[in-house]
Design a protein around this ligand. Structure first.
Ligand code: C2E
Ligand code: MG
Ligand code: MG
Length: 630
């Protein structure tokens, strides 16, 4: 069937191909039985396609090829030449049609892939049927068998010499073989092309052309493994646009797509070729920066740069569009982190930004301290924060002299679905390390403020609410705004709020809290040094920061009660009073301790003896029993 194989005969020694008269005679006989060959082929086809009637089968355009091929053999017998251009084209188009149909079938668009034979065109439809490679191969073989059969029959009938008949059948066979090989080659080419397209589809986000999640994770894995061999670390920057839905709603999805594509372009421009930026779908982009020599510093700078690039106006359809993003960065300097975990950490950190005012960059450093168990716990904590797994207990505080109620301290509680209550001593550090602290902290702030507002209405005196604040919260430039917002929302007065900061946080080296503390001081909330005296001998910092109160650690009170030596505790109280600071004694557990606290002149006392941390309901029963709610 393949005309190119017919063309071989140009070089074949025609002298072997005997008598020209015999050849002409055989050619004419073959042509006269062209219809027979066609019908035989059609019958073979119907025999293997049970649903098909001969009448329907005959309508298929593929049969045309059979006649063209028979004619080509006859022409060759007469002239010794291969088929002309029109016949070639016809045969070509059929081979290509088969290959293209394969492609369609692989792409899953064939209506019924189980169909072996051609799906014949509906009546009145154009001449396009689906041809499988298998079918075209069969067609070749049917054509070969029937054509050889007819050549043998006609040769015998006309007493044509063996050599001539053999030469003709040999040509048919070679044409057939070559046709099959050629079709297979074409099919291979299409398959290669298709494969390349599938690989592209599997690795890239179709809208922006950026890497997709799978590729990103694979690269991240390799990059983490490399940390072991190179100094430094890497950073995963998780970007989620703020209010992208509003863009889609206001301008339509195609504008939204344009915006995403434009951002992808900016990211590409901003990054080195060895960095990876991916789109995880929607408005989530994730970037990977490798080989950072000073990972935390560089990562922050890179993330800030991406943040700036996002916030520059983007012109869509002639209109400048302003967009912001919440960005979470996970910095990794340790090979022991699985890629999924690193990604989750960056995601959680981003989520923390979302919950605390958006349009910021927040960072978490993974240096090996968060082992898998802690990671699992972080995910559960995340879920608890999302649902209602967290609550606040309130411990009352009293004036030392009179024993009157002063206010409460909000203490975070987490009841794990399987493990029961988990101490904040255990889960607060995990929230810190996993980037959840901003979200958790702002929830505590809002909840406790809300509670204070409710209780203030039930009380004649001005009550205070002490709220514990972690270093990560203070490091957030948005923190003071958050406090102001919660004051405005609940209507409580600033001096009713006491923010407790532990001594160790304040003296940590890497962050300078002076600015944020000054701002909080301006807002008017009070600042307290929690766990005072647990590590630092120098008290100079008390003058450096605008502190209002110290909470003397439980250990001091205990010490005095056990050893009877009041000198240190007494000096601390005096010094605090000299600096105009209020002194709170923590952890008063028995009468002896209460007496000491009162004798030494502490202003406020707190402890199990006076009141346990309780649920809001129990607090109300105990302290506001007479008050009407609302
Ligand atoms: P803290 O701020 O020093 O809170 C006092 C802790 O001592 C509380 O433990 C309280 O239940 C406990 N306590 C109170 N009176 C007594 C007593 O008489 N004897 C003894 N032995 N203990 C007493 P808790 O609730 O387990 O909290 C532990 C720490 O977790 C807190 O220490 C605070 O640093 C931190 N924390 C709790 N909630 C939060 C929060 O919402 N945010 C932040 N950042 N930290 C929190
Ligand atoms: Mg405290
Ligand atoms: Mg304390």
């Amino acid at each position: 069937m393949d005309v190119y194989s017919l063309a071989w005969t140009h070089d074949a020694p025609l002298s072997e191909v005997v008598d020209q008269d015999e050849r002409n005679e055989l050619a004419r006989a073959l042509m006269s039985r062209s219809e027979d060959i066609l019908h035989l082929c059609q019958r073979k086809y119907v025999a293997q396609a049970p649903e098909m009637t001969l009448e329907v089968a005959a309508r298929h355009p593929m049969w045309d090829i059979v006649s063209v091929a028979v004619k080509a053999i006859a022409d060759w017998l007469e002239t010794g030449l291969g088929a002309g251009a029109p016949a070639r084209q016809r045969i070509d188009s059929l081979g290509n049609a088969a290959a293209i149909d394969q492609e369609t079938a692989i792409a899953g668009r064939t209506p019924d892939k189980s169909t072996v034979g051609p799906v014949l065109p509906e009546q009145g439809e154009g001449p396009s049927g689906v041809l499988s490679v298998a079918l075209v191969t069969k067609l070749n073989l049917w054509w070969k068998d029937t054509t050889c059969l007819v050549l043998e029959e006609e040769g015998a009938r006309l007493a044509i010499g063996r050599d001539t008949i053999d030469a003709a059948t040999d040509m048919v066979e070679r044409s057939c073989n070559s046709s099959i090989v050629r079709m297979a080659k074409q099919y291979d080419l299409e398959l290669q092309d298709l494969h390349a397209r599938l690989v592209d589809l599997a690795n890239h986000d179709q809208l922006t052309g950026l890497a997709n999640r799978a590729v990103f994770l694979a690269r991240l894995e390799t990059a983490i493994a490399r940390i072991g061999r190179h100094p430094g670390g890497l950073a995963v920057v998780f970007i989620d646009l703020d209010d992208f839905k509003a863009v889609n709603d206001a301008f339509g999805h195609s504008r939204g797509d344009e915006l995403l594509t434009a951002l992808a372009e900016r990211f590409r421009d901003e990054m080195r070729p060895e960095d990876t930026v991916a789109r995880f779908g929607g408005d989530e982009f994730v970037a990977l920066f490798e080989d950072l020599i000073s990972p935390a510093r560089e990562a922050r700078a890179l993330a800030e740069r991406l943040h700036r690039v996002i916030t520059e106006p983007i012109t869509i359809a002639g209109e400048p569009l302003y967009i912001t993003a919440s960005i979470g960065v996970a910095v990794v300097t340790d090979v022991s982190y699985p890629s999924e975990e690193v990604l989750a950490q960056a995601d959680m950190t981003m989520y923390g930004v979302k919950r605390t005012g958006r349009n910021q960059v927040a960072m978490v450093e993974l240096g090996g301290e968060l082992h898998p168990a802690a990671f699992a716990m972080a995910s559960e904590l995340h879920r608890a924060l999302d649902g209602d797994g967290l609550s606040l207990a309130y411990q009352p505080a009293f004036e030392a002299k009179s024993g009157a109620l002063v206010g409460f301290e909000a203490l975070c509680r987490w009841t794990h679905p399987d493990r029961g209550p988990i101490s904040p001593v255990d889960f607060i550090p995990i929230a810190e390390e996993s980037g959840l602290m901003p979200a958790l902290g702002s929830w505590v702030l809002a909840e406790a403020s809300h509670q204070l507002a409710a209780w203030s209405e039930m009380s004649d005196t001005s009550l205070t609410m002490a709220i514990n604040v972690s270093g990560r919260q203070l490091a957030d430039p948005m923190f003071s705004t958050l406090v102001e917002e919660s004051l405005a929302r609940t209507g409580i007065r600033p001096h009713q709020v006491v923010l407790e900061i532990t001594e160790s946080i304040l003296l940590g080296e890497h962050v300078n809290y002076e600015a944020v503390l000054a701002r909080l001081n301006e807002v008017g909330v009070r600042l307290s040094i929690d766990d005072f005296g647990t590590g630092y001998s120098s008290l100079a910092y008390l003058r450096r920061f605008p502190v209002d109160q110290i909470k003397v650690d439980r250990g001091f009170v205990q010490d005095v009660a056990e050893h009877g030596d009041t000198r240190i505790m007494g000096a601390v109280v005096r010094l605090a009073h000299d600096l105009d600071l209020e002194v709170v004694a923590e952890g008063v557990e028995n009468e002896a301790e209460r007496l000491i606290v009162q004798l030494l002149g502490c202003d406020v006392m707190q402890g199990f003896l006076l009141g346990y941390p309780l649920t809001p309901q129990l607090i109300e029963e105990k302290f506001f029993a007479g008050a009407s709610v609302g």
